[in-house]
Every structure is written in C-alpha cells, then in structure tokens.
Design a protein around this ligand. Structure first.
Ligand code: UDP
Ligand code: MG
Length: 310
C-alpha cells in the first residue's frame, strides 16, 4: 500500500508517554483520511518501552517498531526512522509530546502548497529551566554565526520533509549527526511554521547537559571549520605580538632600562601560549577523532528487531 505520511518518534525510556503519543498521533493522522504509519524507534530503552511498543504494533497496523540493540542516541534513532520510512512526507516528532502532533496538519498544508521542508519554529517554550532556555538560545545563535549552513533559529528536529529530501538525507551517512543542519544543508524549498513548545508530558529529559554539549560540538564540527580557524587566528596574533615586541624589548634593554625583567612576564607568556596551544591541539583532536570514526565505517546503528520481524 502507498503510504502518504510517516511519523517518526525516537523512544528512550518513554513508557509513560507512549499511550498518549499513540492516541494523539492516531487522532490527528486519521483525520487526514490518508494512509499513514508511525515508526517507533526504541533507542535501547530499559524501562520496558520496547514491550509496550511491540504490544501496540500487534494491535495497530499503523505502528512499525524498530528496536535497537542498545542506546545509540536521539539523532541516530531518528536516522533509523528515516531509513525505515516509506511515506511521501516524513514527520519527525519527540515522544514526550513537547511537539504537538496537531501541528502536523498545518505542516502538511504547507507541504501540499509545494514546500519540501516544513520546520517548526519554537515561538514559546513551556516548563523548561532558565538554564536550558538560555543555553539553547545561545547555542542556536552561535551555530547560526559560525556554520556555513543557515540553520533556522529556534528550530528542533520537529519537521516535515518531502520524500525527495529524505532520500538525500538517507545518503548522508555521517556518524556525528546534526539532523536539523543536514536538513537545512540539502536546500529545496523550506518554510517554517510557529508553535508553542509544551512542557514534557511525563518523565524526565533524556538530554542531560553532557548530551546537549556533544550535540552542539557535532553541529559545529559537522558544518564548520571555525574552531580550526580560531587556532590560526591566535597563531597570527601571537606571532605579530612577537615581531613587534622582540625589537622593542631589545632596544629598551640596550638603552639600559629594566622594564621587562623577572620571571613573572615570562611565566605569563608561557602559560598563555601553552594554553592556546593545548586548546588548539584539543580542537585538532576533535576533528581527527571524527575522521577516525568515519574511517572505521561501522554501521550507524544495530537493529535487534526490524518492522518486518513482527
Ligand atoms: N531520545 C532518544 N535517545 C536518547 C535520548 C533521547 O531516542 O539517547 C528521545 C527521547 O525519548 C525523546 C526525544 O529523543 O523522544 C527528545 O528527548 P528529550 O525530550 O529528553 O529532550 P529535550 O526535549 O529535553 O531536549
Ligand atoms: Mg523533550
């Protein structure tokens, strides 16, 4: 059967949210009177979400479960969803109902008007700490400034993509993924729709600061050489200072003054340069580590149970 819509939801310990997610997505999608499927990617849940998903799939043919062998992370889980999707339009949605499924109808309208990527812009966010709001806002603005792709501000992964876009994305097998960047990078006709991001329905965030930080680094390294260029920039600055300072200090010494004496000056210079050098090495290390990961060419994820197994 030809499927019009695929809805993808990555699941990591979301057992409290699954029934409500299923109910709300079904209600919205049934109202379109078009064929749809819900791809639930279980990203190594340990709270029994997998059993609930299997159970739901037995009762409702719309559901296609993809069950991972372990936790591979949100971005990879969504990637698996894209790989298994069959719809002409593919929607990525969070399982915690922070992204209202009802917005899919508006997205689909824009899609039918000829837009190939319809991304949801968070006009307002509810129930999140100021720290999360502040870091998220800073993150989007830094990414916007330093990457080569103009990733729209305040958008998450909640979006609808045309089959053409998904096919291109599925050919991008990079390991450290930043999907919203990739989906902006492909081009095509893109448009945003605004929405109010709700608070998480149940459970806790599965994105602690550590994971958010990694995602931010993936976004930067995946789409820009800026950190590498910063090292070059500091190199030029300190070389220029040296070229000016060496003759000045030498002349002052020859003139018999005692301006630049003692260990303090030396110590400061050594510490500063040592710091800059180590940071630059670290930045190089990040890129090299990524190269190494790509070179190994391991599969992005391992599926324990594919939809066909059900
Ligand atoms: N998620 C996942 N794997 C992970 C972390 C999160 O599949 O390792 C899923 C999670 O179940 C949810 C979505 O990714 O459906 C977004 O996560 P969360 O709501 O915790 O992030 P936040 O909204 O707090 O940024
Ligand atoms: Mg959430």
């Amino acid at each position: 059967m030809k499927i019009t819509y695929t809805i993808i939801a990555p699941i990591f310990n979301e057992k409290e949210n699954l029934p409500e997610l299923h109910r709300r997505v079904s209600e919205v999608m049934d109202s379109t009177h078009e064929p749809w499927e819900l791809v639930l990617v279980d990203d190594g849940s340990t709270d029994g979400s997998s059993d609930i998903i299997r159970d739901m799939a037995k009762k409702d043919r719309h559901i296609r479960p993809v069950i991972f062998a372990r936790n591979f992370g949100h971005q990879v889980a969504v990637t698996a969803g894209l790989d298994y999707s069959r719809g002409d339009a593919v929607v990525i949605i969070d399982a915690d109902l922070q992204d209202p499924p009802e917005l899919i109808l508006e997205m689909s309208k824009k899609w039918k008007e000829g837009n190939e990527v319809v991304f949801a812009v968070r006009a307002e966010r509810e129930g999140e700490s100021w720290f999360k709001l502040w870091t998220a806002s800073l993150f989007y603005r830094i990414i916007y400034r330093i990457t080569d792709v103009k990733i729209p501000l305040d958008t998450g992964d909640f979006r609808l993509m045309d089959r053409k876009v998904v096919d291109v994305m599925n050919r991008m097998r990079e390991r450290h993924r930043f999907l919203r960047g990739m989906s902006a990078w492909v081009g095509f006709k893109q448009v945003g729709v605004e929405y109010k991001r709700a608070a998480r329905k149940a459970g806790e965030t599965k994105y602690p600061f550590r994971k958010m930080f990694r995602l931010a680094i993936n976004a930067v390294t995946g789409f820009s050489y800026f950190p590498l260029q910063v090292a070059t920039f500091f190199g030029f600055i300190s070389a220029s200072v040296a070229i000016i300072a060496i003759p000045v200090v030498a002349l002052l010494r020859l003139a018999g003054t005692h301006f630049f004496e003692g260990q303090t000056t030396t110590l400061i210079a050594v510490l500063f340069l040592g710091g800059v050098q180590l940071i630059s090495l670290g930045v190089l290390g990040e890129y090299i580590g990524r190269l190494y990961d790509e070179a190994k060419g391991r599969p992005l994820y391992i599926v324990r149970e594919a939809p066909e197994d059900q």
